[in-house]
Design a protein around this ligand. Structure first.
Ligand SMILES: [Zn+2]
Length: 319
């Protein structure tokens, strides 16, 4: 069977439904992965009162609207982020189908078109989870970054990149960030400019898109992050800290208060070395900003329209 045998409208409809369903699953991953819970079991339950959620109350976007944003069991408010993540999953699936799959020639074998859809769909969902987890906790879980990188490496030939360019891209992605922004920056200024998680994320970008993708993600990600930081700083006066970071600092402060003598001095010295636990900084230059979301968005953009963006940029430079 060939790709051209199926009508595009059917494929787009299928993508929309899959996007909503797996967007809903992404919400589960975003909630459970940083808490160390199993993402597949048990079935969804209310995060406020722990009651199981009936399937008819667990429909993507629709249930949120029908229930007017409140849980049926205990009337607890449901975060607006749930329907937003579901819609983003839907948009991503539609974009992958339209820009990557339906651009393939009609003679493309259906199995390969389907495989490419599944791969890029999974990549975007993984990055979507990484974005929201990093915003909340300033961590990028290894199952998402390293797992995604492994998927990129083993499918490089199928995707037309080639295994060697993928391996090289992964090494460059990790190496550049680690050398310049983690180790180099730390030696220069006493604290790292990016985390090891960011290096692992660019390992993923390199495994999927080679060194060109790494370069693009670093440049576009920095530009995006800087612009957004300036906008937030100008409008609000300071950059907000992630909830998870604030909670963790308070927890450690409580622990510190309960300790005495050499144990206390040891923990104090340890905290002094960790920029995340120093008192909040309000200056823009030292503001802490999760960089993962911007790298992830840039990687997603590169997946959809990377070659076109690079060509347009080069033409801009030559004219
Ligand atoms: Zn409840």
């Amino acid at each position: 069977m060939l790709l051209g045998d199926l009508p595009p409208a059917f494929l787009l409809g299928l993508a929309a439904v899959l996007g909503l369903l797996f967007g809903s699953f992404s919400n589960v991953v975003i909630y459970r992965l940083p808490r160390g819970e199993n993402v597949a079991f048990p079935a969804s339950h209310c995060t406020a009162c722990n009651q199981p959620i009936a399937p008819y109350d667990n429909l993507p976007v629709l249930s949120f609207l029908l229930l007017r944003g409140r849980a049926r069991c205990c009337k607890a408010k449901i975060s607006w982020r749930y329907p937003v993540v579901e819609l983003l999953g839907c948009l991503w699936a539609l974009a992958v189908m339209r820009l990557l799959v339906l651009e393939l020639p009609a003679e493309e074998p259906l199995w390969r078109a389907a495989a490419l859809f599944v791969l890029y769909f999974a990549l975007g969902l993984g990055l979507l989870c990484a974005i929201f987890i990093d915003l909340d906790y300033m961590i990028l879980p290894d199952p998402l970054t390293l797992g995604g990188a492994a998927l990129g490496l083993v499918t490089a030939s199928l995707r037309g990149l080639g295994f060697v360019p993928a391996l090289l891209g992964a090494a460059i992605g990790f190496g550049v960030v680690w050398l310049l922004f983690v180790e180099g920056y730390r030696r220069l200024r006493g604290y790292p400019g990016m985390g090891l998680g960011d290096a692992k994320l660019l390992l993923l970008t390199g495994a999927w898109f080679g060194w060109q993708g790494v370069l693009f993600a670093l440049l576009a990600g920095s530009l995006l992050g800087t612009l957004l930081a300036i906008v937030v700083y100008v409008t609000r006066g300071q950059l907000p800290e992630p909830q998870g970071v604030i909670a963790e600092r308070e927890e450690l402060m409580a622990e510190l208060a309960s300790l005495e003598g050499p144990e206390r001095a040891e923990l104090e010295a340890e905290l002094a070395r960790d920029p995340l636990f120093a008192a909040p900084q309000t200056g823009l230059a030292r503001a802490r900003l999760a960089f993962g979301p911007f790298l992830s968005v840039a990687t997603m953009a590169y997946a959809l329209i990377g070659p076109e963006l690079v060509t347009a940029y080069l033409q801009l430079g030559m004219s």
